[in-house]
Design a protein around this ligand. Structure first.
Ligand code: ASP
Length: 440
């Protein structure tokens, strides 16, 4: 019955997904052509900075606009829907274990690759100086951000003093904690007291989801603009000079996704990986073109529920949390980049130092904001910690956007893989205790 109702809707969505992909390909083709044929002339700069980028940003803002109400409502409803706090504890533990396992595997695969390929060993010294001169200013600006990075206050502020302020400032972890408390409280007060707030939250969730559907209709055009702007500005020549490094990161992301995600899906979640990747295509293209886990979050949530059929209570808990704390692709990228920069400067990190890189990549990936380039300030902290020149970040800044697109895609895939893992565990338990599994 539900399946019959879903069919026309799915057809429409597949069409949207194809149109977004078309926008992506056309935008990239147009951008690369302009880049190679004319370069950044004043007219091209004008078109990029006053037409293409603003149009793309309006769309991104439209998605980000609903993230806070969406996280607050779906997470609180998800926790309230679990019914009891012990179930929340169990789901929370499975979720965090899955996040940690995936992130650690990602860094380890990254480090094995970078130690084998050694992309930094052969980098020309002249190129190193040239890149540091060109991008040095940009990396100094980021140094300021890195100083405000992780500290004990970061952990203290997970529990917001003022939730409204936390929401206004987009502090996702603080909003998540607030939503968890609302959900827990809702399950522990009398039903008639809880009902009005549950109704309001349900209405907020429904409205935000509708807004997302409207905003996503413009995705093909916005994605065209965003990708056009990125590829036009992009130093394609730079991609060639840093090819060994770029290929190590992208290869690592691909190997990790194929080995670890497919392995988790088939062995733990008992799902067909090919079917999974087919169902989540729209999330993949959205993450790739926005470079932002947060901007992709509304789509990730919808697809996890509707296409992967993960129950709302589980998706509503795992996906918002994952968009903020689970960054597998970012961790892999950080590990490779720290060692790459060390290699460029002729430093060989000892095993102990590399273990610090593993640990810090996992921790900083958790602290990374799900926005474009969110990991760069934290990456600089890791460099500092193992005494690799922080200025070295300038070497990779020029190609970071392209890598960001790839790692963000892997980040959101990891959230959905975890949702299926948690679903599998919970379904197993429910099936043992109930005759039929109810999936909303
Ligand atoms: N852009 C990434 C994300 O949103 C974060 C990063 O690695 O910079 O997931």
């Amino acid at each position: 019955m539900a399946r019959r109702n879903a069919a026309p809707c799915t057809e429409k969505r597949v069409a949207l997904h194809n149109r977004i992909l078309l926008g992506l390909i056309l935008g990239a083709a147009a951008g690369v052509t302009v880049n190679l044929a004319v370069g950044m002339t004043p007219a091209v700069t004008w078109i990029v900075s006053t037409v293409a980028e603003p149009l793309g940003r309006v769309w991104l803002n439209g998605l980000i606009m609903v993230v806070i109400p969406l996280v607050l409502s779906t997470l609180a409803l998800g926790v309230a829907g679990l019914g009891d706090v012990s179930r929340l504890g169990r789901i929370g533990l499975t979720t965090l274990l899955s996040f940690l396992t995936l992130t650690t595997c990602a860094v380890i695969i990254g480090l094995v690759l970078v130690n084998t390929v050694r992309p930094g060993a052969g980098l020309d010294l002249g190129l190193r100086e040239e890149l540091m001169a060109t991008y040095g200013g940009q990396s100094e600006q980021m140094m300021g951000l890195a100083k405000g990075g992780l500290s004990i206050n970061t952990f203290v502020n997970f529990v917001p003093r003022n939730p409204v302020q936390a929401m206004a400032q987009g502090e996702m972890l603080a909003v998540i904690v607030f939503a968890l408390f609302i959900g827990i409280a809702l399950t522990t007060i009398p039903k008639e007291k809880a009902r009005p707030l549950l109704d309001v939250l349900e209405s907020i969730a429904a409205v935000t989801i509708r807004i997302i559907e409207i905003v996503m209709r413009f995705a093909p055009y916005a994605v065209f603009c965003l990708i056009f702007a990125v590829t036009t500005r992009f130093g394609l020549g730079l991609l060639g000079s840093l090819a060994a490094y770029v290929l190590t990161v992208v290869g690592g992301l691909v190997i990790f996704s194929i080995l670890v995600y497919s392995g988790m899906l088939s062995l733990v979640s008992r799902r067909n990986p090919l079917d999974f990747f087919r169902r989540v295509r729209i999330v993949t293209v959205t993450a790739f073109s926005t470079s932002s886990s947060n901007a992709t979050l509304p789509t990730t949530l919808r697809v996890t529920e509707e296409e992967l059929k993960v129950p709302r209570q589980i998706a509503g808990f795992v996906i918002p949390l994952g968009a903020t704390v689970n960054m597998n692709g970012t961790a892999l990228f950080e590990g490779i980049t720290v060692l790459f920069i060390a290699q460029v400067f002729g430093q060989d990190l000892t095993l102990a130092q590399q273990l610090i890189v593993v640990l810090m990549s996992v921790v900083t990936a958790i602290g990374t904001a799900g926005v474009p380039g969110g990991s760069i300030p934290l990456l600089m902290m890791v460099l500092q910690m193992v005494n690799v020149p922080v200025e070295g970040i300038a070497i990779i800044i020029g190609v970071d956007r392209i890598l960001d697109m790839c790692r963000t895609t892997v980040n959101v895939l990891g959230d959905m893989v975890t949702a299926t893992v948690v679903d599998r565990f919970e379904a197993g338990r429910t099936m043992r205790s109930e005759p039929a599994l109810q999936r909303s």
